[in-house]
Design a protein around this ligand. Structure first.
Ligand code: ADP
Ligand code: MG
Length: 238
């Protein structure tokens, strides 16, 4: 049984059909990477899953429930964007606990959840700092921490590393892989970077112009690219 199921998902912006009938089954605990060139529809597809854009055709099911028309806040998903908008005047602890506070979670439980997330993310000694006292990598970890404390059914990442410099990108990529090993949470991760896709993914979904070109494990894509586009994109020698 698939955990997250996309059936015939379509999105139009005016006349422009940006997502053209996507079918995809994601299993519980899977780390799925959407990869493809700029403008192919990766962010739009993620935003449709998150409920940040309305779907025009097709359906979405999560854990047996039809979420196609549910508002974002009721979908039990957490999204981490490339521009990690933290609240500048709040401490790391307050940033990470904000959503739980809004949901009236008991303060003792909030502290427990934030402490656990901070430990996973190596932020334990930074909880009282404000974002401007952190490095770019630490800020991105706070943004991930905000998602973790909500214990969502699915994590959605949209190019979370693209604002980091090369060294930090590699390090944070390893941390995201470790995080997935520790939490085992179902994750969809968007990138235009082949290396990120091939190193992080259980399965890679190659998108082109609103369609899926191929879905497979990194090895399957590398060994048996379905066509020239995938081969070139993944970097198989011709
Ligand atoms: P990617 O994330 O793969 O770079 P996007 O999903 O951002 O691609 O965009 C896919 C296509 O949809 C692009 O042609 C883009 O210009 C268009 N698009 C994205 N968002 C909007 C919007 N809000 N209104 C109109 N067109 C949009
Ligand atoms: Mg994008």
């Amino acid at each position: 049984m698939s955990y997250l199921k996309l059936s015939g998902v379509e999105k139009l912006f005016g006349e422009h059909r940006v997502i053209k009938g996507i079918d995809l089954d994601i299993q519980p605990g899977e780390f799925v990477v959407f990869v493809g060139p700029s403008g192919c529809g990766k962010s739009t597809l993620l935003r449709l899953i998150a409920g940040l854009e309305a779907i025009d055709n097709g359906s979405l099911h999560l854990d047996g429930r039809d979420i196609t028309h549910l508002p974002s806040s009721k979908r039990d998903l957490a999204m981490v964007f490339q521009s990690y908008a933290l609240y500048p005047h709040m401490s790391v602890f307050e940033n990470m606990s904000f959503a739980l506070k809004l949901a009236n979670v008991d303060p003792a439980i909030i502290k427990e959840k934030v402490d656990r997330a901070a430990k996973i993310l190596n932020l334990t000694n930074y909880l009282e700092r404000t974002p401007k006292e952190l490095s770019g990598g630490q800020r991105q970890r706070v943004a991930i921490g905000r998602a973790i404390v909500r214990a969502p059914k699915v994590f959605l990442f949209d190019e979370p590393l693209s604002n980091l410099d090369a060294a930090l990108r590699g390090q944070t990529r390893i941390e995201i892989a470790k995080l997935h090993r520790d939490l085992g949470a179902t994750t969809i991760y968007v990138t235009h970077d082949q290396v990120e896709a091939m190193t992080l993914a259980d399965r890679v979904v190659v998108l082109r112009d609103g369609n899926i070109e191929q879905v497979g494990t990194p090895l399957e894509l590398y060994d048996r690219p379905a066509n020239q586009f995938v081969a070139q994109f993944i970097g198989t020698p011709q």
